[in-house]
Unconditional design. Structure first.
Length: 143
């Protein structure tokens, strides 16, 4: 179970994993790495955990992953807490982990919008996958 709400960036990654020649674990690693690298640009140190996918700052989850792969194609993606009301997370076990605390960029003194961080993630994703063109909604963003 998870929660999505205003002030949260949700990034859907629709890839043909066979064409990219990567597996599911490699895609998880890419998504975690681009998030960690993006957070570094804001002066934050974050980690990924093999036992609980996602990205963490001081044992609090700031980004969650939720992927489905069907016929070699990935669906869904990641959610990144930017500046939102975290109260709804207290009513659930985020990602199935009882007692897991969540955090967001604004709690760490970072002032940015979901669009700002989306641009950072897209740039990092392009670097990781060696892409020249990525789609952001109905528009095409060249990074």
């Amino acid at each position: 179970v998870t929660y999505h709400g205003p002030g949260q960036l949700v990034m859907y990654v629709l890839f043909d994993l066979r064409r990219l020649d990567i597996g599911i674990r490699a895609l998880v690693d890419v998504l975690e790495n681009i998030t960690i690298t993006g957070l570094k640009q804001y002066g934050l140190s974050a980690i990924a955990r093999k036992d609980a996918p996602g990205v963490y700052i001081d044992d609090k989850k700031i980004a969650s992953l939720g992927l489905r792969v069907k016929k070699g194609c990935s669906y869904h993606g990641l959610s990144m807490n930017i500046d939102m009301d975290l109260t709804p997370f207290s009513f659930i076990n985020p990602c199935g982990y009882e007692g897991l605390e969540v955090t967001q960029l604004s709690e760490h003194g970072v002032k940015c919008t979901t669009s700002d961080f989306a641009a950072v993630l897209l740039h990092e994703l392009k670097q990781q996958l060696n892409y020249c063109q990525l789609k952001l909604g109905p528009n095409t963003l060249h990074v």
